[in-house]
Design a protein around this ligand. Structure first.
Ligand code: HEC
Length: 202
C-alpha cells in the first residue's frame, strides 16, 4: 500500500519537476525524500507497530520536509553565484538589441546573471544554477568573442519561440523576459543585424 502511494507520489512530483524545468536533480531529491519519509513513518509509528493514523502521516511528512529541507542547505552547489569576467560580447546591432537580450536571455547565457533572492535556497538554487550552467555551455554572450558556442542559432531559437524556455516565464516569473510582439520584432531585427547571431550571415 505504502509502496503504491510512494510510486504515485514520486511520478507526480517528478512530472511537476519536469514541468517547472527541474528534471534529474529533482528525481534524486524525491527519492531521498521518500526514503526518509518511510524511515520517519517507522519512527513515529514505533516501527510500524502502531496503526498509521492521519496524524502520524502528517507529523512524519512535516518532520521529513523540515529535516531534508535543512540538510540540503549544506550542499554548496548553486550557492556561490560566482561569475566569470565579460571577455567580449557580440557587436550588437544597436543598444536596444542588447537591452532586450539582457532582459530575455542574460539570466542564463551570460556572466552578468542577476540572481533572484530565492536562488539562494536549495533546492531552488540547484535548479537555477543548473539552467545557468547548461545555458552558458550552449552559448555565453559574455564570452562571445572567444567562445561563440551555438550563438549563430540565436535568431532561429527566438523566432521559433523555443527561447527563453517556457518554464522561465511560467507562474508570473521573470516578467521582464516576456517580450511584447513589438519588442519581439525589434529583437529579431536586431539579431539579424548582429554579426554571428544567425546562420545566414549578417
Ligand atoms: C532559463 C534559462 C534560459 C534562458 C532565460 C534562455 N535560455 Fe537559451 N538555453 C538554455 C539552456 C538550458 C540551453 C541548452 C539546452 C537547450 O537547448 O534547451 C539553451 C540553449 C540555447 C541556444 C542553443 C540552441 C541550439 O539549438 O544549439 C541558443 C542559441 C539560446 N539558448 C539562445 C537564447 C536566447 C537568444 C535567449 C533569449 C531570448 C535565451 N536563450 C534564453 C537556457 C536559457
Amino acid at each position: 500500500m505504502w509502496t503504491a502511494v510512494h510510486v504515485v507520489g514520486a511520478v507526480a512530483v517528478v512530472g511537476l519537476g519536469a514541468y517547472v524545468g527541474f528534471a534529474p536533480g529533482f528525481a534524486v531529491l524525491v527519492a531521498v525524500y521518500l526514503i526518509a519519509f518511510t524511515l520517519m513513518l517507522g519512527v513515529t509509528s514505533a516501527n510500524f507497530s502502531k496503526p498509521l493514523s492521519g496524524s502520524t502521516l502528517v507529523v512524519s511528512a512535516a518532520a521529513t520536509v523540515m529535516v531534508i529541507g535543512l540538510a540540503i542547505q549544506a550542499v554548496p552547489y548553486g550557492r556561490s553565484h560566482a561569475q566569470g569576467p565579460v571577455t567580449g560580447e557580440p557587436q550588437w546591432a544597436n543598444a536596444e538589441t542588447r537591452e532586450l537580450m539582457v532582459r530575455a536571455c542574460f539570466g542564463c547565457h551570460s556572466n552578468q546573471v542577476e540572481y533572484p533572492s530565492y536562488a539562494s535556497v536549495a533546492p531552488i538554487s540547484w535548479m537555477v544554477q543548473s539552467h545557468i550552467d547548461e545555458g552558458r555551455e550552449a552559448v555565453n554572450y559574455s564570452e562571445f568573442a572567444t567562445n561563440p558556442g551555438d550563438a549563430e542559432e540565436s535568431f532561429e531559437v527566438v523566432k521559433e519561440g523555443s527561447m527563453p524556455p517556457a518554464y522561465y516565464t511560467r507562474f508570473g516569473l521573470h516578467p521582464e523576459a516576456r517580450l511584447t510582439p513589438e519588442e519581439m520584432k525589434t529583437l529579431l531585427n536586431g539579431l539579424q543585424n548582429t554579426p554571428g547571431l544567425t546562420e545566414y550571415g549578417d
